[in-house]
Design a protein around this ligand. Structure first.
Ligand SMILES: [Zn+2]
Length: 262
């Protein structure tokens, strides 16, 4: 599932491969006509789970992969591993085609235009790109979150801080020993700060190659503490891991009932 770390790695790869390159043709669904031919890609960046591709004509293409989106790269003569109707974005750069399948959102923005700025302001500080901004996160929680909101919903709210997805949500709560049905009011400011600090640390630790992991121990017992481990013994205490769909928009949440009583 694409989370902040996936998008940061993707943005890094696309930046390295495509910045400064000329676009031969570009298709962005739902419009079916090729556009932006002859423009250059000037920069590729991300904030949280949003990818921004700036073009030399002053336009920015924003995309969000949601749960099912993915990017592929193909030689022009190669067959695609997915049907064309699933393509949301196709960059034809002559020698390579970069194709985004099943994006949840695609949108054209003007660089520094009001919608672009608004979009950026609606996202909280990026937990990956720089050191965490505790004051800004605290300010956003106070401003935007009702104290009765569940911790699981808070962590997924990209207006507070951008980058945490469903996997990191469960992992961070486990590592901090927090019961996922806790509400924001139950967690003090210091506790919230450590939660976000931990999330940022994990996201940044996963920017290298290899598969996503939240465990540093290489003991052959898996890469994650709780996510995807329903009924398996907790790697810390042996208690079976539980799973329930929690939150206002229920999403799978995994936790250890013994380690996460806090
Ligand atoms: Zn446990």
């Amino acid at each position: 599932m694409p989370e902040g770390d996936t998008i940061a790695k993707l943005a890094g790869f696309l930046a390295e491969q495509t910045e400064g390159r000329r676009i031969r043709r570009l298709w962005v669904r739902p419009r079916d006509e090729p556009s932006a031919a002859g423009c250059d890609i000037t920069s590729v960046s991300c904030k949280g789970k949003h990818l921004f591709i700036d073009l030399s004509n002053g336009a920015t293409l924003r995309s969000h992969l949601g749960m099912y989106g993915t990017w592929h790269r193909y030689r022009p003569e190669s067959d695609w591993r997915r049907p064309r109707r699933q393509a949301s974005i196709i960059f034809d750069l002559e020698d390579w085609h970069y194709v985004c399948f099943n994006a949840k959102e695609t949108e054209w923005l003007r660089v520094d235009g009001p919608r672009h700025l608004d979009r950026l302001q609606r996202l909280g500080p990026d937990l990956i790109s720089s050191a965490i901004h505790p004051d800004e996160i605290r300010r956003r929680i106070r401003l935007l979150i009702d104290p009765s909101v569940l911790a699981v919903d808070l962590l997924l709210d990209q207006r507070i801080a951008a980058g945490i997805g469903n996997v990191y949500k469960s992992e961070v709560l486990f590592l901090e020993g927090i019961d996922p049905s806790r509400r924001v009011a139950d967690l003090g400011e210091a506790r919230l700060q450590t939660l976000y600090g931990r999330a940022s640390e994990l996201l940044r630790a996963n920017l290298g190659g290899g598969r996503r992991t939240t465990r540093t121990k290489r003991d052959g017992r898996g890469r994650l503490w709780v996510y995807g481990r329903l009924d398996l013994p907790c790697l810390h205490c042996g208690e079976p891991i539980r799973r329930e769909a929690l939150g206002a928009r229920p999403r799978s949440t995994y936790w250890c009932p013994r380690c996460q009583r806090g």
